[in-house]
Design a protein around this ligand. Sequence first.
Ligand code: FAD
Length: 443
Amino acid sequence: MFHSESLIFVPSLGDEVMTKLQGIPPPNGGKNRVIVIGAGMTGATCAHELAHAGFNVVVLDKGAVGNGSSTRSAACIRTQFGTRENVKAMRAAVGYFVDFPGIMGIPDIPSNRAIVQNGYLYPFWVTDLAAFQAAQELALRMHEWSHDTVEVLDKQQTISRFPHLNPERLLGSRFCGMDGFLNVSVILDETFRHCREEHQVVLRTGVEVTSFILKKHTVQGVETSQGRIEADLVVNCTNIWSPRLTQWLPRSNGGMPKVMPVKRYLYMLKVAGVNSDEFERWPMTVFPSGCYCRPDGGNLMIGWAHQAQVEQDFRDTDQDMIEEAFNPKTGGEHNYGQHAIFEASRHVPAIMEMGEPRVTCGYYGVTPDHQPFISYDEDYARLIHAIGFSGHGAMFSPVTGKFVAMLAQANETMRWAGIRGDVLGLKPFSLSRSFGAGEHMVI
Ligand SMILES: Cc1cc2nc3c(=O)[nH]c(=O)nc-3n(C[C@H](O)[C@H](O)[C@H](O)COP(=O)(O)OP(=O)(O)OC[C@H]3O[C@@H](n4cnc5c(N)ncnc54)[C@H](O)[C@@H]3O)c2cc1C
């Protein structure tokens, strides 16, 4: 989960520009071959949008579908943000996931749904008065941006709707029922099935891209562990592996900014003494400390931010390697896992009655300002990067797919892209942007 406030959104351009942008046909009458490298959430949505726009798409992954961060994610999605732009963009992403069964042509039954809309709840205690006031002010701003689903609840309203919270010293909360969490396996499985059956997309797993086919500064395809594949456009969706791939593109200017792999942990535990129907309706609950919890297939998932080293030399198996200090069973007195569980249990007393926790982990692919790169390469033609989503690549993926397809259609760098009724500026995602003060609360 990533708390960013800096997507740039340009609604004033209006429908006319957007329709124009969306109406661009694919170059070469739709015969262009596109290679998407990486079959995670980003590769899946890019492949889908590109194929939908008329491109011939091949997806390559060195492992299986979901080999990277996508299947290790907390996969939360929220529309509560500090700027109008982010609110609109993430409302569009929620809309995509709500419509997902229809988009994929599958029955709208619970097991096919991409999103569980239990909401996002931010509770505050009497010690958090200033934070609660700020949360109320932000709710008012979100109302001004037509995001009326956001509610501010007083103590009694919070307790009656969310009895899992510790009522002692509770002050109130902010809540949005649109928000929730994603079903990543359904999204990946159905997107690739739909891509294959409806758009003849070819998905090749176990095929590693080892370098690029170059003609001067134009990418003409990729070299892989199973031979060379030529293409008119290559889309890099390799997240934390991206620096290893782009090292094959010599540059005179010091190279492109790096995506930095940073480890994040999640704790799963059974909570006893809570009615299971009630438990399954618990919202994503984010405490003032940044610690959060949500239900996940009968377990409670708990996460929190921590200081972490960049692990540029990671091996693929390190994605699941639990460092001792993060393992609640072995980590000793100052164990991070126990600390996170204790923090959540202070606010959700039922966690005291827990079973033995299980811990999972994965890498965030972090950029200096925690904003992704969704951009044409600045030194090599016919190469688009969609990488560096920090802690929000799952929720961002519908927006990413749309942006990439529009860049491919335009066949050049664009300043704007339309998504679900609005237009967003692409500059904040460019590789050459200056990295201002980013939002630092990465969980
Ligand atoms: C613990 C944790 C919690 C998170 N919580 C959230 C959250 O609440 N909400 C949210 O939106 N996001 C969250 N994220 C972030 C989110 O999971 C990622 O941003 C997102 O999954 C990235 O997807 P991706 O497809 O870009 O990358 P990945 O899923 O990492 O996929 C990259 C793929 O590229 C393939 N690949 C790499 N190199 C090559 C090569 N040379 N040749 C072929 N294939 C290659 C890999 O095998 C891999 O399958 C979380 C992440 C973690 C780890």
